[in-house]
Write a protein that binds this ligand. Structure first.
Ligand code: PLP
Length: 391
């Protein structure tokens, strides 16, 4: 006997993974250079050189038992202090080390926060388009998962629709900006209007409505402001990750921040810690906590992503493709010609162009491309995009 839900999740690969695996198989047949794989969001810019140098220095100047030993479950104080100093420097946010819980990336942070919020009948709203893993994370935590319809064509937030969905069971809203898959950054105006609406509804319902801010792409923006949500709406819990900001997705390091000014802050923090504990969290990787303690000042080199973004956006819009302005992350979310994104993706696949249909992101009719790729691949793939549109 085994759990059927877990079996289902484990035996059905995500559409993104399916495409990526397909691309690997095709590469063996036609050659890697002839497969135009825009499926997976794996950073193509290497981690800053200082990260590797820091590891070397840690190996030289730190006792080996200390490097590899367990840390406190909430994370090394030195790492939490470095993160809070960095956030305070940038946002004047009043962060203290005891408000931070170091995690193995954003995904385990999200599952811990979801579980911490899962009282009976509690609902969480996700704004489409959204990262597909939110649904299984939320449902496994015991939350009822609901989707706020997309705000086309700009992919900000449809506040009137969201307002209709708010009810006394609404525990939280999960937001992700810069957004995967749209590349859109929610504007300060959007976020302030959302905060005002939530404050009104909190008064009406007599309990907090938390924003869960999923921020793996916080540092990946191209000339626009990415507002720090806790400074706009104190009942925000931040789930951060270094996977994309320092190109460390395989190392598994990030944090949860529960602001001191959030409602029931200390209890919520304890519930996050407890939820992590029952999911088997012992501590985040000790070595990587030490690296973060010395590297919070580093930012990604965005030049290559920005070049790809501009080239693709300019070329594809000039052919007639439609998309929201991609001001952040490393994705474009494009209206599928013919409005059937799955059919478009299949057609593209026949030409070894791999793009992800938007259905799993809560947004059928669009497809996502991830531009963590080489400029050569982009140039070779552009005529195929043009051809597909003409067809
Ligand atoms: N949230 C979003 C929106 C993502 O795109 C990803 C990864 O791609 C994650 C969370 C998970 O990130 P992590 O590697 O930190 O677990």
């Amino acid at each position: 006997m085994y759990n059927q839900k877990a079996y289902h999740l484990g035996s059905n690969r995500s559409c993104i993974r399916e495409l990526f695996e397909y691309g690997c198989r095709r590469a063996e047949i036609v050659g890697r250079e002839n497969v135009y794989d825009y499926s997976l969001g794996n950073p193509s810019v290497p981690a800053p050189r200082e990260v590797d140098e820091t590891i070397r220095r840690i190996l030289e100047d730190t006792d080996s038992v200390q490097i590899h030993g367990y840390t406190s479950a909430v994370g090394d104080l030195s790492a939490r202090k470095a993160i809070s100093d960095d956030l305070n420097r940038r946002y004047n946010a009043g962060v203290k080390p005891e408000n931070l819980f170091i995690t193995c990336g954003a995904a385990p942070g999200l599952t811990a926060v979801f579980r911490a919020l899962a009282v009976e009948n509690a609902e969480i709203l996700a704004v489409a388009p959204f990262f597909p893993e939110y649904r299984p994370f939320a449902e496994a935590a015991g939350l009822i998962f609901k989707v706020v319809p997309p705000d086309e064509p700009d992919f900000q937030i449809q506040l009137t629709e969201l307002e209709k969905m708010l009810n006394p069971n609404t525990a939280a809203i999960i937001l992700n900006s810069p957004n995967n898959p749209s590349g859109v950054v929610y504007t300060r105006k959007t976020l302030e209007a959302l905060a005002e609406l939530l404050r009104k509804k909190e008064q009406e319902f007599g309990h907090p409505i938390y924003l869960v801010s999923d921020e793996p792409y916080r540092e990946l923006s191209y000339g626009v402001e990415v507002p720090f949500l806790p400074c706009i709406y104190p009942n925000t819990v931040v789930c951060y990750s270094y996977s994309k900001s320092l190109s460390l997705p395989g190392e598994r390091i990030g944090y949860v921040y529960v602001p001191e000014t959030a409602a029931d802050s200390k209890a919520l923090y304890a519930a996050v810690a407890g939820s992590a504990r029952i999911a088997g969290h012992v501590c985040a990787p000790s070595m990587w906590q030490k690296v973060i303690a010395r590297c919070t000042h580093l930012r990604p080199d965005l030049e290559a992503y920005d070049r790809n973004r501009r080239r693709l956006y300019d070329a594809l819009t000039s052919y007639g493709y439609e998309m929201a302005k991609p001001d952040g992350a490393f994705y474009l979310f494009i209206k599928a010609p013919g409005a059937d994104a799955a059919a478009f993706s299949e057609k593209a696949k026949k030409k070894d162009l791999l793009v992800v249909p938007g259905d799993d992101f809560g947004c059928p009719g669009y497809f996502r491309i991830c531009y963590c790729v080489t400029p050569e691949m982009i140039e070779k793939s552009l005529p195929i995009f043009e051809e597909l549109l003409k067809e």
